[in-house]
Design a protein around this ligand. Structure first.
Ligand code: GTP
Ligand code: IMP
Ligand code: MG
Length: 346
């Protein structure tokens, strides 16, 4: 049955410990689906997304990663913590993408100050035991719960960007536009459902991202959970399918964190955790990244039929174990290195 993909509200969420390649998947979807607004949920500038376009690589922590699609408004939801220094630097760095004209920061977003970053880096428990990103998110969320945290509306440098993201997103939905909601981190880093205490300072499932940008659950049409073929984890905490660094090197997987530069731990795909992540997020689709790392012969493929039997078998097993269709497959870091099966499978 032919299904119209346009006119939907879609949430993108990480299914593992973050760094699944959401940045790549989001830029691809924006280019194809042309949303009128791209709204970012998630914790804050602890996130690091990589977007590769036209041979250039951008490391982004605050601006929605759908920025290369120039027609969309870019919104940061009330639930997201904003570090004005990081945000303003990114506005400047990405000036060729007209960010200034398109950015809306919810006036209720919480503000990270220097003291939060200092505490995140000095506190023994946070810095050493948990291994946080040191971006100040945890301590800022503490202040928010204590109801002493500054909001974006209190910050002079942000005044040109302030708006009501919930109203903007709901207006877009009422017009029947495509809306894309970007989640950051990953399900297994959720404060509620992750590997507590080795988690981030907030829930990181799709339901929270909807709340972060101010829409209700009845408005969400699609939840795309992003998995990478060989999951990674930065910082401390359980990782049941972890391999040794030597094994990872043999497989050619050596990755470093976008925010902290720390070496990422690498593991084998965990089907049981993937099933749980799909449930926690109410996944309607799976996007699988790094298939070229699973099987080098798949590098750059744009057609399902050109994948190897080994890769196809892996995809079938993911679908069988999770009960969710794999609709988008990434076979390399560039936007066009993608297989899109949405019109066939949905
Ligand atoms: P999120 O943190 O989930 O947003 O992911 P990210 O896009 O930030 O990824 P991050 O930069 O943290 O690490 C993923 C890396 O893998 C990036 O350098 C991406 O460019 C790259 N990448 C994404 N998809 C693929 C893929 O299918 N194959 C390969 N080889 N690299 C990919
Ligand atoms: P925090 O979010 O900085 O407090 O860090 C808590 C844990 O979450 C640490 O293990 C971090 O490495 C991890 N973490 C937070 N954000 C990300 C992310 O975007 N990608 C990967 N790991 C993250
Ligand atoms: Mg990342």
């Amino acid at each position: 049955m032919e299904r119209v993909i346009l006119l939907t509200c879609t949430i993108i969420v990480g299914g593992q410990w973050g760094d699944e390649g959401k940045g790549k998947i989001i830029s691809y979807i924006c280019d194809k689906d042309k949303p009128s607004i791209i709204a970012r949920g998630g914790v804050g500038p602890n996130a690091g997304h990589t977007v590769n376009i036209g041979g250039k690589s951008y490391g982004i922590r605050m601006i929605p990663t759908g920025f290369p699609y120039k027609e969309a408004k870019l919104a940061i939801g009330a639930g997201v913590l904003v570090d004005p220094e990081v945000l303003l630097k990114e506005v400047e760095m990405l000036k060729e993408f007209n960010i200034k004209e398109r950015l809306i920061v919810d006036y209720r977003s919480g503000i990270i100050e220097e003291k939060h970053k200092i505490m995140d880096r000095k506190d023994e428990h946070l810095a050493k035991e948990i291994g946080t990103t040191g971006s100040g998110c945890g301590p800022a969320n503490v202040d928010r719960v204590l109801r002493v945290l500054k909001q974006a509306k209190d910050v002079e440098e942000l005044k040109d960007f302030l708006g009501d993201v919930s109203e903007e997103v709901n207006d877009a939905l009422e017009r029947g536009d495509n809306v894309l909601i970007e989640g950051t981190q990953g399900t297994l880093l959720s404060l509620y459902y992750g590997t507590y205490p080795y988690v981030t300072s907030k829930d990181t499932t799709a339901s929270s991202f909807a709340a972060d940008v101010g829409i209700g659950p009845t408005k969400v049409d699609e939840v795309i959970v992003v998995f990478k073929s060989y999951p990674t984890r930065v910082g401390a905490g359980p990782f049941p399918t972890e391999m040794t660094l030597e094994e990872a090197e043999k497989l050619g997987i050596v990755e470093y964190g976008t925010v902290t530069g720390r070496r990422r731990r690498v593991g084998y795909f965990d089907f049981e955790l993937a099933r749980k992540a799909c449930r926690l997020n109410g996944a309607t689709q799976i996007a699988l990244t790094g298939l070229d790392k699973y099987d080098k012969d798949c590098y750059g493929a744009t057609d399902y039929n050109s994948l190897t039997e080994k890769a196809k078998e892996f995809i079938r097993k993911i679908e069988e174990e999770t009960g969710v269709p794999v609709t988008i497959i990434s076979t390399g870091p560039e936007m066009h290195q993608t297989i899109d099966l949405r019109s066939e499978k949905l």
